[in-house]
Ligand binder design. Sequence first.
Ligand SMILES: *Cc1c(COP(=O)(O)O)cnc(C)c1O
Length: 394
Amino acid sequence: MRNSKGSLMRPDPLPHSASHPVVTPLSPSVVYASETPDALDDQYEGRVHGYTYSREGHPNADVVAKRLDAMEGMSGGVVTGSGMAAVSAVLLGLTKTGDHVIGGNQLYGRSLRLMKEDLPRLGIETSLADPADIAAVRAAIRPETKMILVETVSNPTLAVADIDGLSALCKETGILLVVDNTFTTPRGFQPFDHGADIVIHSITKLLAGHSDVMLGYVVARDPALNERLSVFSVTTGMTPSPFDCWLAERGMLSFELRFERSQATAAALADHLAGMPGVKRVIYPTRKDHPDHDRAMDLLKGQGCNMVSFELEGGRAAANAFTRAADGLNFAPTLGDVGTTLSHPASSSHRALTPEERAGLGLSEGFFRVSVGLEDPAALLAVFSEAVAAAAAS
Ligand SMILES: *Cc1c(COP(=O)(O)O)cnc(C)c1O
């Protein structure tokens, strides 16, 4: 093994150190060499732990998975190359032709697309229902219904799903309850405490937090489902890159602090906007005027999230004036970044809908979703004051 001749034989051994690194080392190796065929048998047959080929698993992914497992209070979670890979692993890896899947009617856009286009193509029928309306979800259930996929707080209208009602319904009917916990994060909401069977995250958002990594995660209560999710993600090549996992771990070290700060600022921003001329309405889960206020207080334990949505008076012209005047805030379709970002559903995430469909969701040309970051709260409110005033004057 030793490369003593300075040839191309690998590896060069790392210099020995009696002390150890305080940061998780990055392990980009695709392959792992074994001592003997017997040693490889021990590994494959589970007598010892070891890596073989990084699509099948690598140390940096395992470090991130363990950290998220601890946050969600489960074990055996799988890290995937994106949040959508995690959604796909659940929807495609745990269903078969003839099954039926129910989705929340305001799921993340690509999750909706998977439900509407790809599952039906494979003979898996789907229905959408309002996850706050248990009677509507119950009415959508068929004998073949396998799972219900919902987000706790919806994008971008911040409606709060009736998770307890859904979990009671799923228990009664033997259907899996899958919760995409990206918006709320494990710090804001614990789906397994409320009867969820599977939890999904886009780590890309608040967990990694710096808009420089794309990763996802999925974990099930049932170890047999975790095994199936893991095998499916390895087979279909959903495995994440070690460097992305390494970056995500670094981001996650400050996640709790970032969450506290951004959600406190978001709550202040919601109240600030609500008092401003030119603002038609503000949506924030823990505000008294939120339609699901009581449920939000209960599920989110009195705290909100880092997202605030609001509607400006006036149409596209006001929206243009607003983003132009929102000095230093990126008008960009992401969330959970260290910097505050603005999203305008009518021109981005929901542009494929007809104006009537958008109106049905309350998404007018003046509607914005704000992902609140870590800026100085007073400075941030001042930027919003100026930008809303510019919109009102347009
Ligand atoms: C972003 C997002 C996803 C998809 O995650 P990616 O990492 O972008 O693939 C899924 N669900 C929700 C709620 C999201 O916000």
